[in-house]
Design a protein around this ligand. Structure first.
Ligand code: AHM
Ligand code: MG
Length: 357
């Protein structure tokens, strides 16, 4: 009966969020509209990534979507444009730049945002007054750049803050600790297209049904296993690691408590590595090293959303010094070391750092 119900009573992401938000009738419509514009961007990227030609980039010339001679949107393209998307003379846009354009335009046209921070843009975008709403969105439109050209999983990561003052918004509205986020999530463009979302009441996963063009709830109330059997790190940086990180990874391989060694899995796409960690358990780390004292990953649109999801799923996220979600960023593109995943695995890392001071 349950299977039959799932087949005929589809829990789309919009329906799910409307249900969830019914507790807050005053914000319900706005948040749903904002989210459907994020979802639209994800569907666009998913389609672009999955073009069934030799290389995922092959079909991504601007020509496939836009006719330059007339500068008109071709009939089969997504009509997201209010101004021409491409500068003259530009033949091809890389997938990450194209994705950014799509998200920025979809978010502005939602009428629900006032500040956008994207990994692709050096400066934050302040939405013009007539289109302003009360949400600030921080995002990495296409993360995992080194995996784009070889067709390995990549993803979009986002976090949402509600601003105090949408009349005169300032950067302070987004230079907020991650615990103040209202919602966070990611979309993974993998063997299927998976959207994982938390609005602060647990974590839920949705899978794109291409025949419907809708994300359907497939992973309700995701909880990360308390302890995992996998560690995920770029071990090529080991030479420059600090003591606690080196010790922790050594323990993953040569456990002292009689347990079995952990397996190593590292894709090099944060979304894919974190998604696996969320479902199977274990730990993902991008630590500090001598060359990169703040690690590599960006606080606002990589570390915070993933930390938010981990905590909501019952795991932990730690920077080497503190709970990741307590960090107060000073710059929109600031970086931080990060250790996140199963509660007990992160607990072990915390103990090693505590023993150091
Ligand atoms: P990007 O924003 O340039 O794609 O870099 C972020 C990515 C993450 O997805 C991933 O976790 C990390 O970089 C991998 O870095 P490295 O290649 O140093 O292991
Ligand atoms: Mg990135």
């Amino acid at each position: 009966h349950a299977a039959e119900a799932n087949r005929t009573d589809l829990m789309t992401i919009t329906r799910f969020v409307l249900n969830e938000q019914s507790k807050y009738p005053e914000s319900r419509g706005d948040f749903t509209i904002l989210l459907s514009n994020i979802v639209l961007g994800c569907k666009f990227v998913c389609t672009a990534v999955n073009k069934p030609l030799g290389s995922p980039l092959q079909d991504l010339t601007t020509k496939s979507y836009f006719d330059h001679s007339t500068r008109q949107v071709l009939p089969n393209s997504l009509d997201l444009l209010e101004r021409p998307m491409f500068r003259q003379g530009e033949e091809q846009k890389k997938l990450d730049v194209l994705s950014n354009d799509v998200f920025v335009k979809a978010l502005i046209s939602s009428g629900r945002t006032c500040i956008l921070v994207s990994e692709e843009d050096e400066l934050a975008t302040f939405v013009e007054p007539s289109k302003r709403g009360r949400y600030a969105v921080v995002f990495d439109p296409l993360d995992g750049s080194s995996n784009i050209d070889c067709g390995v999983s990549i993803g979009t990561i986002f976090g949402i803050y509600m601003v105090k003052d949408s009349i005169e918004p300032t950067l302070d509205e987004v230079l907020q600790p991650g615990k103040n986020m209202l919602a966070a999530g990611y979309c993974m463009y993998g063997s299927s297209c998976t959207f994982v979302l938390s609005t602060g009441a647990g974590v839920n996963g949705f899978t794109l049904d291409p025949s419907l063009g809708e994300f359907i709830l497939t992973h309700p109330d995701i909880k990360i296993p308390k302890k995992g059997k996998i560690y995920s790190v770029n071990e090529g940086n080991a030479k420059n690691w600090d003591g606690p990180t080196a010790k922790y990874v050594e323990r993953c391989k040569f456990p002292k408590d009689g347990s079995s060694p952990k397996s190593l899995r590292y894709i090099g796409s944060m979304v894919a590595d974190v998604h696996r960690t969320l479902l199977y358990g274990g730990i993902f780390l991008y630590p500090a090293d001598k060359k990169s004292p703040n690690g590599k990953l960006r606080v606002l649109y990589e570390v915070f959303p993933m930390s938010f999801l981990m905590e909501q799923a019952g795991g932990q996220a730690f920077t080497g010094k503190q709970r990741a979600l307590d960090l107060v960023p000073n710059d929109i593109h600031e970086r931080s070391p990060i250790f996140l995943g199963s509660y007990e695995d992160v607990e072990e890392v915390k103990a090693l750092y505590a023993a150091e001071d």
